[in-house]
Design a protein around this ligand. Structure first.
Ligand SMILES: [Zn+2]
Length: 193
């Protein structure tokens, strides 16, 4: 799998196949660049329409805007936490949203079953994100999606390490920075961090 890994323009590996879309969705907010691409319903609609997840003519209501933000943030929190209670809370949140974005099975010409959105609009967009996650779960790629442990970064990254053990999006950047910070804290110069 590693041979075919694509790199983002920030020199981070991009998740393979349709999971690349989910990867980009989850990184529409990044602490490292103080970025929030979904700062208004219009900007969210524009992002989703550009990726053919919904028609460019369908406006997003304030409620739908909040739903997508909640889903994105809960998925990010799920990737970040190994605490059972935190995970349970995020899973409940995610499940309450995805139950309103139904998927249907459709057989295409050679007889291959495919998962497709059952509705259009925002629930169709959410359903397409879900199908990409399900496909990523099936081929093992979803379990390589992680949130960088550097609190100043918080980028979702695709872990290409052999044993799935990476905790930083980049050991050269975030890994070294966090090691330096831990060192300063041990020296008594980094209190309050
Ligand atoms: Zn990072």
């Amino acid at each position: 799998m590693n041979e075919s890994v694509k790199m983002s323009r920030h020199d981070h590996p991009t998740a393979p196949g349709d999971l690349a879309l989910v990867h980009a969705f989850l990184n529409t907010t990044i602490a490292a660049s103080a970025r929030e691409r979904f700062d208004t319903p219009d900007r969210m609609q524009d992002w989703l329409a550009k990726r053919s997840l919904m028609p460019s003519t369908a406006p997003i209501s304030p409620g739908e805007f909040e739903t997508v933000l909640t889903l994105r943030n809960a998925l990010r929190a799920l990737l970040a936490s190994s605490d059972d209670q935190v995970r349970r809370k995020q899973l409940d949140m995610i499940n309450s949203i995805v139950e309103r974005a139904p998927l249907i099975v459709r057989f295409d010409d050679p007889g291959t079953p495919r998962l497709l959105p059952g509705q259009s609009g925002i629930s169709g967009a959410i359903a397409q994100i879900l199908t990409a996650i399900i496909a990523g779960q099936a081929d093992g790629a979803w379990s390589r999606m992680k949130l960088c442990r550097n609190p100043e970064c918080q980028r979702v990254f695709y872990d290409t390490s052999k044993n799935h053990s990476a905790v930083w999006c980049s050991s050269r950047q975030c890994g070294n920075r966090m090691a330096a910070r831990a060192y300063r804290a041990r020296q008594g110069a980094g209190t309050g961090q």
